[in-house]
Design a protein around this ligand. Structure first.
Ligand code: SF4
Length: 372
């Protein structure tokens, strides 16, 4: 399970035994010349052992920084982590551990796959040597055993002739094969948690589908928990149990895949769903949410999505929306649930359904809404 409720455990207390990762009030800032930039602003979520979670949002929403903060892969400074932030993994708060313990956890217990494998692989070593080195370092086995395991991992991720491929350098492999190598390397030490950050963005569509299928099959076979970070809600639909939607550093909606995809409560989520390319939309205009994620230096003071939201009204400009509990463990950050917004909420839902049915871009229904 993945807990998505607004009720959180007591600060400083370890989570229940069935929770693998429990992130509490995670805040990450970057201190730059012009001031302090809030990249992640009070994110909470938990992930059960062996479960899967998607973190979705456009570039600049804070999803990758969330993962890098949990992995302690950001340089401090310029990054700063909130004093009361916690990231419990397997009973220990990662944000309080000495770096030597973190090094053991990275690669051993938590592995990360990045978007561009060519920059993550070392060009001067064969891929077999790179996997074997990782295995030797983390599993404390002899060189021969590590080399055998490297070949075994290449076979597991579907690379043909793995003995021969193990002796090749990264530049001799295709993009899809390099990403398979990265997945093999990440899984070589049998991590409890795999974090995949846009693992297919740099690949063509056919290879994307193969890599996602592979990730899902391996996750099911090994029982590792998975966090999939992506800008594409269509990808998470096939891959994960639960979804977090992030916007401008905050969680704006959380729930199961069905809850979020079938009945979104927040207009940003509606826009992301309408942006999913489908066969029906082929040949038509690909929908995108107009406008851009606000600069962290100039965040709108209340609802951060307000300048782009077709359903905004006065309350959105004067009252900060908090996450509200929308029932069945789901939460959303939007004023549309207020009684005063009943007509607006119904218009948003009707318009979303119509846009979905007709493959139209994300728009509001201004004629029905009046004040904006
Ligand atoms: S709070 Fe208002 S502006 Fe923000 S997403 Fe909801 S309706 Fe739109």
């Amino acid at each position: 399970m993945t807990e998505t409720s607004t009720e959180r455990p007591v600060a400083g207390a370890p989570p229940r035994d069935d929770i693998l990762l429990d992130v509490r009030n995670l805040k990450t800032y970057f201190r730059v010349m012009d001031g302090v930039v809030p990249a992640v602003d009070g994110v909470n979520f938990s992930l059960g052992k062996g479960h899967t979670l998607g973190i979705v949002g456009e570039s600049g929403s804070g999803k990758s920084v969330t993962a890098l903060t949990v992995m302690r892969l950001l340089d401090i400074p310029p990054a700063e982590i909130g004093e009361d932030s916690e990231a419990w993994f397997d009973g220990r708060d990662l944000l309080k551990l000495p770096e030597s313990d973190m090094r053991r956890i990275r690669g051993n217990d938590i592995a990360m796959i990045f978007q561009e494998p060519l920059t993550s692989l070392n060009p001067v070593f064969t891929v077999g040597d790179q996997i074997a080195e990782q295995v030797e370092l983390h599993m404390k086995v002899k060189a021969r055993e590590a080399r055998d395991r490297a070949v075994e991992m290449l076979r597991l991720v579907g690379i043909p002739s793995p003995e021969r491929r193990a002796k090749q350098y990264p530049h001799e492999l295709s993009g899809g094969m390099r990403q398979r190598v990265m997945i093999g390397m990440a899984l070589s030490c049998e991590p409890k948690l795999l974090i995949a950050d846009e693992p297919t963005t740099a690949l063509d569509v056919t290879v994307q589908a193969q890599i996602l299928e592979l990730l899902k099959a391996i996750q099911e076979r090994t029982g590792a928990a998975l966090i999939l970070i992506t800008h594409d809600l269509g990808v998470v639909a096939e891959m994960v149990d639960n979804v977090i939607v992030m916007y401008a550093g905050q969680v704006v909606e959380q729930g199961t895949v069905d809850q979020v995809l079938l009945e979104p409560r927040m207009p940003y989520t509606m826009g992301l769903i309408e942006s999913i390319p489908t066969v029906e939309k082929r040949g038509g205009r690909l929908s995108a949410i107009s406008g851009v994620v606000p600069s962290p230096f100039h965040l709108p003071p209340h609802c951060r999505f307000e300048p782009r939201c077709p359903y905004r009204w006065e309350t959105c400009r004067t009252v900060t929306p908090e996450l509200y509990n929308a029932g069945d463990g789901r939460v959303a950050r939007c004023h549309l649930h207020l009684v005063e917004a009943t007509a607006r909420r119904e218009a948003a839902i009707a318009q979303h359904r119509q846009n979905m049915a007709m493959g139209r871009r994300f728009t509001g229904a201004p004629d029905r809404l009046g004040d904006r």
